[in-house]
Design a protein around this ligand. Structure first.
Ligand SMILES: C[C@H](N)CC(=O)SCCNC(=O)CCNC(=O)[C@H](O)C(C)(C)COP(=O)(O)OP(=O)(O)OC[C@H]1O[C@@H](n2cnc3c(N)ncnc32)[C@H](O)[C@@H]1OP(=O)(O)O
Length: 137
């Protein structure tokens, strides 16, 4: 019988949590209804929090971000899908791969409220984060 733990693989590795969020026009900060980069980091914090709840029964704390890449603009009217995957489990630290994708977007050239599904989704931001949970979580 193959036992993941006996084989030394932590069952938390590979866990993925996904959130979806409509980017309201109140979030637009720059010309062309562009949203500030920090907005997506906030969404990363939320999805990382659910990861910590699921892996350790605690909201956890973000200790660091690495390799943050802003690959394409996020605009008001976008629907974002934000995901976090556990890629390393330490003693109290866990590393997460994070990605934000635009899955739907406004199409103002068709009309004020026109919008459509973006397929395939456009990857807009990626990052690696380390979260830390309390001892004994
Ligand atoms: C996901 C959240 N719910 C959402 C948030 O955004 S929380 C808000 C933003 N974050 C904070 O306000 C955290 C502020 N920082 C702290 O409170 C502390 O620095 C800390 C709790 C993150 C770590 O402090 P401490 O518990 O004293 O750390 P250590 O005992 O030294 O180490 C424990 C493990 O954590 C690893 N580690 C510590 N600092 C970092 C870092 N900056 N980058 C990466 N990893 C870090 C350390 O290596 C230990 O790992 P292991 O236990 O060996 O796996």
């Amino acid at each position: 019988m193959t036992d993941q733990n006996a084989a030394g693989t932590d069952p938390r590795l590979g866990l993925t949590v996904t959130h979806r969020r409509y980017v309201s026009y109140a979030e637009a900060h720059y010309a062309g209804h562009l949203v500030a980069g920090g907005y997506v980091l906030g969404l990363f914090g939320d999805v990382a929090t659910e990861v910590c709840i699921r892996t350790d029964g605690d909201e956890g704390l973000l200790a660091s971000y690495a390799e943050v890449r802003f690959l394409a603009p996020v605009r008001a009217g976008d629907v974002l899908e934000v995901s976090a995957t556990v890629v390393r489990v330490g003693n109290r630290s866990r590393d997460l791969d994070l990605a934000a994708r635009v899955v739907a977007r406004g199409e103002p050239e068709r009309g004020e409220s026109a919008a459509g599904v973006v397929e395939p989704a456009t990857v807009v931001v990626t990052a690696r984060a380390t979260v830390v949970v309390p001892p004994g979580s």
